[in-house]
Design a binder for this molecule. Structure first.
Ligand SMILES: NC(=O)c1ccc[n+]([C@@H]2O[C@H](COP(=O)([O-])OP(=O)(O)OC[C@H]3O[C@@H](n4cnc5c(N)ncnc54)[C@H](OP(=O)(O)O)[C@@H]3O)[C@@H](O)[C@H]2O)c1
Length: 313
């Protein structure tokens, strides 16, 4: 089968098409196979490719197959889902460390990672949801803020940030987003009460605190800004960081959480139902063939893009 391998840590040019044997039914106990139709290009994929997690990956060294988010069709039955069911999910790449990511025609997955894809959500849209939406939800759960509390979302124009804005607003939080300039109106439609443009940290801080002068109850740090954003919180507030290397040290009784997205089939099924009902908006910035994974990575790191880039398999 066709796969995309990381041949060495480095820039997008280290991604290379290769052929690997297609997994066979029952080869790994407890795992089922999915024939993929689409794989999202996540920021985690970019960070792994660059070698930023080389220490965490331990003994696993290139070449390995990259990729986290996926959508496709079950080749084997999985619990109550018959073969042929359209499913989506994400591979917890770090927990598994098999090097068998989703830039591949067929993957082996734990049935517990899989959610059925509603009929009116296409594969590319479905592949843009799993890691981003589940992480946003789990980050908000860690923050554990009551309705009416104030939440600052950095990277609100990003994939995770946009889901966080929508889910937080739906839970009754008062959301201020830091966004790409030009996205303000869209983020307000998605539920942000106020939106300020990204920029120089002191200016952004002043702009967000102009809306919430006493300081925020929570921060969801979708842009991985880390320590400088702590100043936006009131004493005893809570902070959700999305990467261990961008997790600030707690101060002023602030609770700091590092969020690591974990598969949750029931949560993902609910989120995909919300997408189908247009209660949760997902955006696909670009759809590119698997063969153009290196170009997709170049685009993903070349600056702002409205949503997830998805590889078509
Ligand atoms: N821990 C986990 O389990 C987990 C799961 C998913 C994602 N993540 C991490 O979370 C981050 C967000 O993921 P994503 O998929 O949402 O990525 P994304 O779509 O690229 O979003 C990142 C956002 O941050 C903004 N940004 C970047 N640098 C900024 C700066 N200096 N000031 C203000 N805004 C800035 C970007 O702004 P522009 O739009 O202007 O470029 C973009 O909107 C990634 O780093 C990813 O690795 C972690």
């Amino acid at each position: 089968m066709r796969v995309v391998e990381v041949t060495a840590y480095g820039g997008p040019e280290v991604l290379s098409m290769a052929r690997r044997p297609e997994p066979e039914a029952g080869e790994v106990p407890g795992k089922v196979r999915v024939r993929l139709k689409a794989a999202g290009v996540t920021m985690a994929d970019l960070r792994i490719r660059k070698g930023l997690y080389a220490d965490a990956i331990g003994a696993l060294r290139p070449p390995f197959v990259l990729g986290t988010d996926f959508a496709g069709r079950l080749l084997d039955p999985a619990g109550e889902l018959p073969a042929g069911t359209r499913v989506a999910g994400f591979v917890p790449w770090f927990a598994e460390l098999t090097g068998e990511g989703t830039y591949a025609e067929v993957i082996r997955v734990d049935p517990e990672w899989l959610a059925p894809v509603p009929a009116d959500v296409d594969f590319t849209a479905a592949a843009s949801v799993p890691l981003g939406a589940v992480t946003a939800r789990q980050g908000l759960e860690k923050l554990d803020l009551p309705p009416g509390a104030t939440l600052l979302v950095t990277g609100a124009s990003g994939v995770v940030g946009r889901f966080a804005v929508q889910l937080a607003a739906a839970a009754g939080l008062r959301v201020v987003g830091v966004s790409y300039e030009g996205d303000e109106n869209e983020l307000k439609v998605l539920g942000a009460e106020h939106v300020v443009p990204r920029g120089e940290p002191a200016k952004v801080l002043a702009d967000v605190l102009a809306h919430v002068p006493d300081g925020f109850d929570g921060v969801f740090d979708g842009a991985l800004l880390g320590t400088p954003v702590l100043a936006a919180l009131k004493d005893g507030g809570t902070f959700a960081a999305l990467a261990p290397d961008r997790t600030p040290t707690a101060e002023r009784r602030i609770e700091v959480h590092t969020v690591v997205g974990r598969p949750d089939a029931a949560a993902l099924a609910g989120l995909l139902e919300q997408v189908a009902a247009r209660e949760l908006i997902t955006r696909v910035a670009d759809v590119m063939p698997l063969e153009e994974a290196a170009e997709a990575h170049k685009r993903a790191e070349s600056g702002h893009r409205p949503g997830r880039i998805v590889l078509m398999i």
